[in-house]
Design a protein around this ligand. Structure first.
Ligand code: BGC
Length: 483
């Protein structure tokens, strides 16, 4: 009897052990699968130095092609009609409208010349459809401090962060929408004329005196504080760069010669594409299902609009193929764009020993109740692969511009080159910013790197636009108005 009981107990133990072994085996298999997906991803996203040089060379070649003829390249290399940048002497009351980043804003900037610089700066947030109404309300709420002589038009710098073919400093045709904007009837229209009309209908005495891309505003704002600023880069929801070009290096530009020998070029580098870009099946699927398939490929690898979404797609694959989050794929993980780059950076920057933030974000955003530390660590690694690739490619893009400008070799008389950078990804994704800067330093080598400065510039699309409205004011000779 006793023997039978012992045997039965042994059988139960053996069965339980078998279950545990099976579970461990299954677990090990899942991990092996997840690790294989990660390993494959790391390989495909790798951007080693040699590849980055090829990307930079391709950027340089495309820049030249885009400058040579209108449709010569994926890079539009748009002439901005900004042929002089703020000097610091600008004075007067100006307004700025900022459309195309995360929010729509109206700003009022009082410029006080060299001594006082920006005296006051205020803003309100509103919606696109209510631009003119928002301006009217903003102006109506103004106190006596902001009085302009009778009959004077208020002047507005309009930052419109999309590809625009400018026809003058204050007019331009929308080529296409990017990021998550898509109002089809606006494409092909002069957006300033549309805005001026809306302003007029509201009875407001105001007019756009400068239409600028956010990169151009950032270049102006950068130049305002540092005279060696020659390039501006935005790494935010979208990505782009602008720089100062010699007029004689723009063969396609034969309308009229500007007053100085320079012209700011809005590259629209988000649309850059090259066979050297490390693309994965995740990027291809994201592109195919995007609002603009086949376009903005560089932007889709490097900017805030997309990096979180790439991470989501990778995690979904790991959930489906390796049951990373348990036997069932979390339904929310299947929702496109649910995971923002902002969430990605919070998880990536989690330094707590048990990765508390990762656990919290997975729960809050994707409804994943509980995860092991090992799983959370894997999630961080996925974020790292995607961010590192984006940052290294951004560095290669900057290197390409510096190469085009002949600033990547050493010589005693080489001037300092300052690159003004703005945008949420650069500002808040510390890993991204640091990785981009160290990659650029490595590419340049120590000696050249010592003359290249990356400078964070805040609010180029606000202050920069107001500064350009001042530089191109219709009242430039009128001291009373610009006092
Ligand atoms: C737009 C650019 C803009 C950049 C950064 C891109 O999607 O095409 O015009 O400068 O985003 O905002």
């Amino acid at each position: 009897m006793r023997k039978a009981a012992v045997l039965a107990a042994a059988a139960v133990v053996a069965a339980a052990a078998a279950i545990v072994v099976r579970q461990r085996l299954r677990e090990a298999k899942r991990w092996a699968r997840a690790a294989a997906v990660l390993c494959d991803l790391q390989e495909r996203c790798a951007a080693p130095a040699a590849r980055l040089r090829m990307v930079a060379d391709a950027m340089d070649v495309e820049m030249r092609a885009g400058l040579a003829s209108e449709d010569g390249s994926k890079l539009k290399m748009l002439v901005t009609y900004v042929d002089s940048l703020p000097s610091g002497d600008e004075k007067g009351l100006f307004y700025a409208l900022d459309l195309g980043g995360t929010n729509f804003r109206v700003l009022r900037v009082q410029l006080g010349g060299k001594e006082q610089r920006v005296i006051k700066q205020e803003s309100v947030g509103e919606l696109f459809d209510f631009i003119a109404a928002a301006l009217t309300k903003f102006v109506a709420s103004e106190g006596v401090d902001y009085h302009l002589p009778e009959g004077t038009q208020r002047e507005l710098g309009f930052t419109f962060s999309f590809p625009v073919k400018q026809t003058s400093i204050s007019s331009g045709i929308l080529i296409k929408w990017t990021k998550n904007f898509a109002v089809d009837e606006m494409v092909g229209k002069d957006i300033v004329a549309e805005l001026n009309e809306a302003i007029k209908r509201k009875g407001l005495v105001m007019k756009v005196s400068a239409l600028v891309n956010d990169t151009v505003g950032t270049l102006a704002a950068g130049r305002y504080v540092d005279n060696d600023t020659i390039v501006a880069v935005i790494l935010g929801t979208g990505t782009n760069a602008a720089y100062i070009e010699h007029v004689h290096a723009i063969p396609k530009w034969h309308v009229h010669l500007p007053k100085s020998a320079d012209m700011i070029i809005n590259m629209e580098w988000g649309n850059f594409k090259s066979g050297h870009l490390p693309l994965t099946e995740f990027d291809q699927a994201l592109d195919a299902e995007s609002l603009n398939p086949g376009e903005q490929i560089y932007e889709k690898l490097t900017s805030g609009m997309y990096m979180g979404e790439i991470v989501r797609r990778i995690l979904l694959r790991m959930a489906q193929e390796a049951a990373l989050f348990g036997d069932h794929t979390p339904p929310k993980l299947e929702t496109p764009y649910i995971l923002k780059t902002f969430h990605m950076l919070m998880m990536h920057h989690d330094t707590s020993s048990d990765l508390k933030t990762v656990s919290l974000k997975l729960k809050e955003i994707l409804g994943i109740e509980s995860t092991s530390r090992k799983t959370r660590k894997l999630v961080v690694e996925v974020c790292e692969v995607v961010a590192r690739r984006g940052a290294r490619l951004a560095a290669a893009g900057i290197y390409g511009i510096l190469k085009k400008l002949d600033r990547v070799t050493c010589s005693a008389d080489k001037p300092r080159s300052v690159i003004a950078v703005d945008g949420g990804v650069y500002k808040y994704y510390t890993f991204f910013g640091q990785c981009m800067e160290s990659t650029l330093r490595d590419m340049l080598g120590e000696e050249v790197a010592s003359s290249i400065v990356i400078k964070p510039v805040d609010d180029g699309s606000g202050i920069g636009a107001a500064l350009l409205a001042a530089s191109y004011s219709q009242y430039l000779q009128d001291d009373e108005i610009l006092a």
